[in-house]
Design a protein around this ligand. Structure first.
Ligand code: ATP
Ligand code: MG
Ligand code: MG
Ligand code: MG
Length: 397
């Protein structure tokens, strides 16, 4: 991503997200918004600066150790830069004195920067110290209802990854310092992944090795299959929290008898910047970036001929094609780049376009000047090259 000009390093684990990356991230956030809102999620935005008092109440001020970025304000009051928001959101809900069972389940989520002083920030956006996460928190009337919500978030995650065209496995996971009793990770299989997964070859059992006491080879669920070891990148994590946080902060609602009752909670993270980097990692080749179709920063690149070449007259046609595509096809509005660095050969610009991973590259050369104009189209995601008329182009795109 750094070589392709998508990110630029600043401090260890911190990056400038350059314009193409921001476009891609905004697209990812739109898809996430659709999936979270489809299951009743409401978007909010919580402060990144969080008072130590809240974190002391859950004892996580001590438990988090050096991973927590700590600071003091001018009055010497302790704060942290939030690595996650269970304390904050539970306090917020606890302050809603009129919350009724009729308003539950309540699913609140945000997409914000998270801060973690990782011991080993590495692999670009895969493990940063400042990164974007989508974190959702659910509040339910009962354990049963909370399990239902948990299921529906897991289904939404599965839908999200399938829309992105990414193969993802849902594995049993450890609850770590977040706590709770039930937890799953969403893992993208990849050799550079830092998590070790065990997947049963004959039943649906799959788990992060962290959850097993010894490395087992026999499946603990079906007892027949053997467990296959593989590596994955953790892109999402779901937790059933029960009343761990709601008890501490007194996050309650009034039940059918109008009695205050402590809510059942869940929390659900998605590594937004990590998903971008992981998708590029699993889809790309050594020379060319491939994006999930929905996330490519731009969909189409049009290459006019080199200035002074035999096909020079096709320049105006190239501009026309670029304008025509984004004008005619609503989904291509703002998605077409005209690479007008016409002092460079088509070959050089084509190499750049392939490296950046535009799903479609249209070369406007000699063929565009023929009686029946033809355009060369390279479909990056399938590797196909076609020669199409202008109508053919519109049909394809
Ligand atoms: P890891 O095991 O990789 O350190 P985690 O278990 O500490 O991740 P969670 O607390 O479960 O992370 O956070 C939810 C999601 O946020 C993770 O599933 C991951 O996708 C993302 N995430 C966590 N840490 C980072 C990081 N340092 N950089 C980028 N994304 C991260
Ligand atoms: Mg971690
Ligand atoms: Mg983990
Ligand atoms: Mg995790």
């Amino acid at each position: 991503m750094q070589q392709a000009g998508l990110i630029h390093p600043s401090n260890p684990g911190c990056y400038y997200y350059l314009p193409a990356t921001v476009r891609s991230m905004e697209k990812l956030v739109r898809v996430i918004d659709q999936e979270m809102q489809a299951i009743g999620g409401q978007k909010l935005d919580m402060p990144s600066l969080c008072s130590a008092d809240l974190w002391r109440r859950t004892e996580r001020w001590e438990l988090m150790g050096k991973e927590l970025f700590r600071l003091q304000d001018r009055h010497s009051a302790d704060y942290c830069l939030s690595p996650t928001h269970e304390e904050a959101v539970t306090t917020l809900v606890a302050h809603q004195s009129t919350l009724s069972y009729r308003q539950l389940p309540l699913l609140l989520y945000q997409v914000t920067r998270k801060f973690r002083d990782e011991p080993k920030p590495k692999l670009g956006l895969l493990r940063g110290r400042e990164f974007y996460m989508k974190d959702m928190y659910s509040f339910d009337v009962s354990e049963e209802a909370a399990y239902g919500t948990y299921e529906s978030v897991c289904e939404a995650y599965t839908r999200l990854f399938s829309r992105l065209g990414l193969r993802c496995v849902q594995v049993q996971a450890d609850t770590g310092n977040i706590g709770g009793t039930l937890s799953h990770e969403f893992q993208l299989p990849a050799d550079i992944g830092e998590d070790k997964l065990l997947v049963c070859e004959s039943c649906s059992f799959s788990a992060n090795v962290e959850t097993l006491t010894s490395d087992q080879t026999n499946c603990p669920k079906c007892n027949i299959g053997t467990l296959e070891l593989s590596k994955g990148i953790e892109v999402g994590h779901t937790f059933y929290l029960g009343k761990k946080y709601s008890n501490i902060f007194n996050a309650a609602f009034s039940n059918t008898q109008n009695k205050p009752t402590i809510a059942e909670m869940g929390c659900y993270g998605l590594g937004v910047t990590r998903i971008l980097a992981a998708a590029i990692e699993v889809l790309s080749t050594d020379e060319e970036i491939r994006w999930p179709g929905l996330l490519a920063p731009y969909q189409v690149c049009v290459l006019p001929p080199k200035k002074g070449s035999k096909a020079d007259d096709a320049s105006a046609i190239a501009e026309d094609v670029a304008r025509g595509l984004s004008g005619t096809l609503a989904h291509l509005k703002g998605e077409v780049v005209l690479d007008d660095r016409i002092h460079m050969t088509i070959g050089k610009r084509l190499k750049d376009a392939k490296r950046l991973g535009y799903p479609y590259v249209i070369v406007v050369g000699q063929g565009a000047l023929e009686e029946q104009p033809k355009f060369e189209v390279i479909c990056q995601n399938t590797g196909e090259t076609m020669f199409l008329s202008k109508d053919g182009l519109l049909d394809l795109l």
